[in-house]
Ligand binder design. Structure first.
Ligand code: SAM
Length: 205
């Protein structure tokens, strides 16, 4: 596991872990969160009483939403131990690990990655590892910042605290998906700077 004092992403989210859920409930984050939640959960649909895997779960904003949508339980992975410590405990297995390399004994029909891919140096490694944890015909839903003017402003904001940010276009997502066994089904822009995409596992992993 990376050293929190040297990794700007872990340092940033460790410093913000306590109170991260409370911040989501205060304006303007509450407004942004409500919009994103409804777009992401529309893609997720009913979770049909099956387990779900969440990569980059933070303190559990979407973990709670997955349980509310019917997931029987959620395996919730995050690199930042302080975030995992904030997860709900009922119905949730928190795992401190990197989405690109974590190795679990289980495969899932549904995988969610919300607000994490911008912090990842190698998104292909994350998609590849997600495919390795997916059941046949599994679905992957992501929320990630777009590669356009709004995304560039978001990147500049994170640049102020030394965090490099990855942005995503439909073409980039299609490229990453094709290389890792996923098929992009939909990619929709969501104001102000994010997009929501859903994928189906196209080939056996
Ligand atoms: C903006 S927060 C979003 C958290 C949560 N999904 C939410 O919407 O509240 C991004 C999270 O991704 C985690 N993260 C970043 N890179 C990661 C990686 N490679 N593997 C696992 N988690 C990662 C961070 O530690 C942080 O908790």
């Amino acid at each position: 596991m990376a050293d929190a004092t040297r990794d700007p992403v872990i340092a940033h989210f460790t410093a913000n872990a306590t109170g991260y859920a409370a911040q989501s409930a205060s304006w303007p984050w509450s407004w942004l969160r409500a919009r994103e939640l409804s777009a992401v959960m529309a893609e997720v649909g009913a979770a049909r009483a099956t387990p779900a895997l969440e990569l980059g779960c933070g303190s559990g904003f979407y973990t709670r939403a997955l349980l509310a949508a019917g997931a029987s339980r959620v395996v919730a992975v995050d690199r930042t131990a302080a975030m995992v410590a904030e997860l709900p405990t009922v119905g949730v297995q928190g795992v401190v690990g990197d989405a690109a390399t974590v190795s679990l004994t289980e495969r899932f029909p549904l995988i969610l990655i919300a607000g994490m891919l911008e912090f990842v140096a190698d998104p292909e490694a994350v998609f590849d590892n997600a495919a390795g944890h997916a059941l046949p015909a599994a679905r992957l839903v992501i929320l990630a910042p777009r590669d356009d003017v709004a995304g560039w402003l978001y990147r500049a904001w994170h640049g102020r605290h030394g965090i490099p940010i990855q942005l995503y276009s439909r073409e980039r997502l299609e490229r990453v998906a094709r290389a890792t066994g996923w098929k992009l089904d939909r990619w929709s822009a969501l104001a102000p700077f994010n997009g929501v995409a859903s994928f189906t596992l196209a080939a056996a992993a």
